[in-house]
Design a protein around this ligand. Sequence first.
Ligand code: COA
Ligand code: MG
Length: 235
Amino acid sequence: MMITIQVLQVPSVIPEVYWDLFLSSVSEERRAQASRFIHQVDAYRSVMGEVLTRVKLSKLTGIRPEEFSFTRNKYGKPALINDANVQFNVSHSGDWVALIAGSEDELGVDVEKIAPIDLQIAERFFSSSECQFLAGKPEEMQQETFYRLWTLKESYIKAVGMGLSMPLNSFAILPHVQQQGEHNWKCNQAGRILSHRFYSHPLDEQHMLAACAARGELPTRPEIVTLESLYAELI
Ligand code: COA
Ligand code: MG
């Protein structure tokens, strides 16, 4: 198995024939939840996260997309019942849905829409070494750096699967200089540098993407998936 990160840009309107098929491909719970959202875009993001997951897991396992059932751990992290060895994780924000899949070990992904923020809030969410790293950046880089750290931390929390019950200042994710001067993001927890791998890159001007894998190589870039290709896989 190879770890892949897939991203799907959700349009403001999904054609009805597509939407009907996508809705019929997800779980009863997801359909019920989708019907309760006030904003259609929230239903789109939620349903398309599951559609992306089912299509990818089908390719990885040979099981048909509609045959998967999922469970959640006590912190809400979804897992596959059919094959516990195939890990995945989903995130949705703004215009994008992201999926990481293809490992037997913990995976996490986070996409966040970049919006103007008060950088003071870093002090509430980040550990002191992360705050120092942020403060050391030139002012024009601080918003991007804030979102990098935010999504990286979230991708790690999501890989571990314990949600915010894991204190956000109990670990720090910072660039680590490797051989040949290459930078790699590494997680430092309780004085130890963990072997988890990280991916961090803007998706477009308004969205930041990060991913975390407990083991194995992460891809160098995400794979862009289209609504058309998902429709074709399901029909
Ligand atoms: N671990 C991993 N994945 C989880 C999860 C958990 N404990 N609980 C839910 N998920 C999955 C689900 O697939 C969910 O999508 P679904 O409900 O449509 O199935 C998806 O992750 C949601 O992720 P995302 O879109 O990135 O949402 P989020 O950023 O709002 O929330 C949480 C992520 C719920 C896992 C949690 O970490 C949280 O509450 N974060 C709050 C944000 C925050 O303060 N972050 C600080 C970063 S410095
Ligand atoms: Mg998120």
